[in-house]
Design a protein around this ligand. Structure first.
Ligand code: PEP
Ligand code: MN
Length: 343
């Protein structure tokens, strides 16, 4: 929709914009109001070159796009009836839970094996475990490819599919070859379009799922959805959106919990939303409340860090991992809330 600076275009201006949109296979339909006339672009109005040309005209105030920038992830797209299945759950049909350690300690794998069995017992559908870790400090433990064997062994022992973060192309190949079922794109890489493209390409022919975290640097929600669109555009729309807290504004929480964006996301996209309460609040004692708030706000699932002995964990586990007992209670209460929400 073209909104001119004046109340209506002159005949010369109308001829000019008609010629421009015509180059892109579109037509102009004036919509005449009592005071103002606006000009609808009839046809596919998404072409950036056309929009740039129109926005560059001195008499054009702005162009309002009616068509969605997300062709595949939009709630009104043909894919809106697509359902993602993972860990035996069809997302949207029952509460979906990913749980496990932040970081696998390759030197003490038994903690992870015990954690895997315990999170399964608590009701998790997918086991998470960090193999490669994005750490703020280059001298902190960065992960270890040996942990990939531990992750897959835990998957064999429990029968649970596994989720792990990939940060570069080499990780994607290693993880997929090993049989990782859910690739996590972390908050730091959610705006790394080249990685998003690589993940999209790599999973095109698979039933792999992507857990896409929300970057703290994402502004409008459309940036989150278009990041998912990057992945889906290569042929696999199994992308789950994962709010995980945004820039900290409260003393006390690690991040500012952003579970309240779920209903806003759901107005725009059909993609399931699985909230990560662990990174949102960053302290184990606050995780259950944040998890329940997420379900109250309409989340399809939760991604929770849990460890059998948090103080023996590495990465985020000592501070924010909940014990399997707490996890079990949280899942139970979250399921009750889910049932209440469903009425
Ligand atoms: C994680 O899941 O351990 C992690 C690093 O998450 P985020 O990318 O949300 O910080
Ligand atoms: Mn973590």
């Amino acid at each position: 929709m073209i909104l001119p600076k004046s109340n209506r275009l002159t005949p010369e201006q109308l001829t000019e914009i008609t010629a421009i949109v015509g180059e892109f296979g579109c037509k102009i339909q004036p919509i005449v109001g009592a005071v103002r006339t606006i000009y609808a672009i009839v046809g596919d109005e998404r072409d950036e070159l056309m929009i740039n040309r129109l926005e560059g005209l001195p008499y054009v105030d702005r162009i309002d796009r009616i068509q969605s920038p997300f062709k595949l992830m939009d709630k009104r797209s043909d894919l809106a009836s697509h359902r993602i299945k993972c860990g035996g759950v069809t997302l949207g049909e029952e509460l979906f839970v990913i749980a496990g350690a932040c970081t696998i300690d390759p030197k003490n794998p038994n903690y992870f094996y015990e954690t895997a069995a315990a999170v399964k017992e608590a009701g998790a559908h997918v086991l998470r475990g960090g193999v490669w870790k994005p750490r703020t400090n280059p001298y902190s433990f960065q992960g270890d490819v040996k942990s990939l064997d531990v992750l897959m062994e835990a998957s064999r022992r429990t029968g649970l599919p596994v989720d792990t973060e990939v940060m570069e192309e080499a990780h994607i190949k290693l993880a997929l070859d090993a049989g990782v079922h859910s690739l996590q794109i972390g908050a730091r890489n959610a705006l790394n379009y080249s990685l998003l493209r690589s993940v999209g390409r790599a999973i095109a022919e698979r039933d792999t799922v992507v857990l896409l975290k929300r970057s703290i640097n994402m502004g409008p929600l459309s940036e989150f959805i278009t990041a998912a669109e990057y992945i889906a555009a290569f042929g696999n729309p199994n992308v789950i959106l994962c709010p995980r807290g945004t820039t900290p504004t409260l003393d006390g929480y690690r991040n500012h919990p952003d579970e309240s964006i779920t209903p806003l996301l759901k107005e725009k996209t059909w993609a399931p939303v699985v909230v990560d309460p662990s990174h949102s609040v960053g302290k184990a004692i606050y995780v259950p409340a944040c998890a329940l708030a997420a379900v109250a706000y309409g989340a399809d699932g939760l991604c929770i860090e849990s460890h059998v002995s948090p103080s023996h964990g590495i990465g985020d586990d000592p501070k924010q991992a909940v014990t399997p007992d707490v996890l079990a209670t949280t899942i139970k209460q979250a399921k009750q809330l889910w049932a209440i929400r469903r009425g």
